[in-house]
Design a protein around this ligand. Structure first.
Ligand code: NAD
Length: 248
């Protein structure tokens, strides 16, 4: 059997980078799809240094033409896509009443529409190949609400609902479509949020039963489970990975 090929968005940084490294270590060829080509190339270097295979592609998930081109380049190189991890995301924490329409649009375009774009392009390839696993990265903010993240939560709630419906539509093709809802995770994105929200890290660590933020590896481990053969009968689910911050 040829190696599985995984297309991972936002894999140039944070959680996406760790997902890319984890899936490469599980014998997959990895496509590092990101809008930041320099960071994407760095992820590829890290993976190759461990003796695994990876390729970077420029991909702006907010733009369907860019996604089409990235998918074409990837299939041109590796012939197929077996696994899609929709990880690219962005957040800005501020009171809803102080937020601007341009911020709402950016939040929805990156966090929700981006995942819709990649699914539109990649699900048909999976159907054709009779194999496919999709993992969509949402957020616990979508499940329980989170002050300062109204539109982000709405976009991530959309991701959870989208996951369930495509899981139903794709079940006839035996594709597995699942969702992960991380809690606060120690990444460049979270560090940026911390830079303009004093005290946020300490307050969260106090509230998390495991008394620490998630590390990107914690999320990557859950992705590895969803794309494994062991999860073959699991579809349409949302798994929180959050040190017990919320329980449902
Ligand atoms: P990060 O900023 O470290 O990494 C995000 C990556 O996405 C970057 O490489 C960035 O270049 C890329 N990206 C941004 N816009 C893009 C676009 N239009 N097209 C393609 N790539 C784009 O962030 P992270 O914390 O690793 O977040 C990863 C995912 O986890 C996001 O979906 C985020 O919403 C989610 N999440 C993060 C946390 C957290 O606390 N860090 C919590 C819950 C959910």
């Amino acid at each position: 059997m040829t190696k599985r090929v995984a297309f991972i968005t936002g894999a140039g940084s944070g959680i996406g980078r760790e997902i890319a490294k984890k899936l490469a270590s599980r014998n997959m060829r990895v496509i590092v799809a990101d809008i930041n080509s320099q960071n994407a190339d760095e992820t590829v270097t890290l993976i190759e240094r461990e003796g695994h295979e990876a390729k970077s592609v420029y991909c702006d998930v907010t733009n369907l033409d860019s996604v089409k081109k990235a998918v074409e380049d990837s299939v041109g190189h590796y012939k197929k896509i077996d696994v899609l991890v929709n990880n690219a995301g962005w957040d800005k924490v501020e009171p809803f009443l102080k937020s601007d329409p341009s911020t709402w649009k950016r939040l929805i375009d990156i966090n929700l529409l981006g995942q819709i774009h990649t699914c539109k392009e990649i699900l048909p390839l999976m159907i054709e190949n009779n194999y496919g696993k999709v993992v969509n990265i949402a957020s616990d903010a979508a499940r329980v609400g989170s002050s300062g993240e109204a539109v982000y939560s709405a976009a991530k709630g959309g991701v959870i609902a989208f996951t369930k419906t495509i899981a139903r539509e794709m079940a006839r093709y035996k594709l597995n479509i699942n969702c992960i809802a991380p809690g606060p995770a120690d990444t460049p994105l979270f560090q940026e949020i911390g830079s303009y929200n004093e005290g946020i890290t300490g307050a969260l660590v106090k509230a998390i039963p495991f008394r620490r933020l998630a590390q990107p590896e914690d999320i990557a481990g859950a992705v590895a489970y969803f794309v494994s053969d062991e999860a073959g009968y699991v579809t349409g689910q949302t798994l929180s990975v959050n040190g017990g911050l919320t329980m449902a």
